[in-house]
Design a binder for this molecule. Structure first.
Ligand SMILES: Nc1nc(=O)c2c([nH]1)NC[C@@H]1CN(c3ccc(C(=O)N[C@@H](CCC(=O)O)C(=O)O)cc3)CN21
Ligand SMILES: CC(C)C(=O)C(=O)O
Ligand SMILES: [Mg+2]
Length: 262
């Protein structure tokens, strides 16, 4: 799948599935799945590195994760998040950051918001870099938003998101993530655009959905916002396996003869 195929999917009314991925081993598993696209999200700063927000993500961090994913992802579309402020200090430094991510193996980049960096979106697109937008809840602006809260409630806030989505489409974005907005607003935005919307906490009216891989695999039991569904009870499955290994070691049943060299 390439960025251009996202537009075809919307025209043909096929829904799109995306997940985040930060490493080679999971990328190999995703390559075997029917998932359409992979986001090397700046959520890596939280999920992989234990930071309290995505603000700690750096171009160098995103580069290493993108390279690892690209080695395992086969022909899946890889989108990499541009880290906080890397696209807010002018288009030349934004192009530098995008260059790093594209040469690391990304086929597109994602930027949060649009107001104030319209020129960056335009320059990236003109340079042959497919751009994905990200509206609604923008985790990089957590300190300005005052928490991870649903966005676009009320007429004014809803109109702002609709305006930003139309602006991104006009600037040449190939798709837009809509995060944590009311489902009716996401449906309205989706209907207003030719490019596909990818929702997370934005209801079933989007053209596609995205979830953080570790969330859908149920690997993090203390993070359960409303939009997360566990498709596996991963945390329990993994801790059970670890306890099984621990018991086998302590009882002396592991390693067996056939697991040892003569
Ligand atoms: N593991 C992980 N999954 C994610 O989806 C994710 C990250 N990390 N890190 C970056 C952002 C942060 N995200 C978040 C984090 C918390 C909520 C949350 O607590 N939502 C409330 C909404 C409350 C309201 O305003 O009504 C909820 O209870 O669902 C939402 C999105 C989504 N992103
Ligand atoms: C939640 C998705 C959309 C994201 O931006 C990330 O994982 O960083
Ligand atoms: Mg992100």
């Amino acid at each position: 799948m390439q960025a251009g195929h996202f537009l075809n999917a919307k025209q043909e009314q096929r829904r799109l599935s995306m997940v985040t991925c930060y490493d080679y081993t999971f990328a190999r598993l995703l390559a075997r799945s029917s998932i359409d696209g992979i986001l090397v999200g700046d959520s890596a700063a939280m999920v992989m590195h234990g930071h309290p927000s995505t603000i700690a993500a750096r171009v160098e961090m995103m580069k290493l994760h993108t390279e690892a994913v690209a080695r395992g992802a086969g022909d899946k579309l890889i989108v990499a998040d541009m880290p906080f402020l890397s696209y807010r200090m002018g288009w030349t430094s934004a192009l530098d950051a995008a260059h790093v991510l594209m040469s690391a193996g990304a086929q597109a980049v994602k930027l949060e918001g649009v107001d104030g960096h319209e020129d960056v979106v335009q320059r990236l697109v003109e340079s042959g870099i497919p751009v994905m937008g990200h509206l609604g809840l923008q985790p990089q602006s957590i300190h300005a938003f005052g928490g991870y809260k649903v966005q676009g409630r009320g007429d004014e806030a809803a109109q702002k998101i609709l305006r930003q989505a139309v602006a991104l489409e006009q600037l040449g974005a190939f798709s837009i993530v809509l995060e944590c907005i009311p489902a009716p607003l996401a449906s309205e935005v989706t209907a207003a655009l030719r490019i596909p919307t990818i929702g997370i906490g934005a209801g079933a009216g989007c053209d596609g959905q995205i979830l953080v891989l570790q969330d859908l695999l149920g690997m993090n039991t203390d993070f359960h916002p409303r939009f997360v569904r566990h498709f596996l009870e991963g945390a329990n499955a993994i801790v059970d396996a670890l306890d099984g290994y621990d018991q086998a070691v302590k009882s002396g049943s592991f390693p067996a003869v056939e697991e040892s060299y003569t």
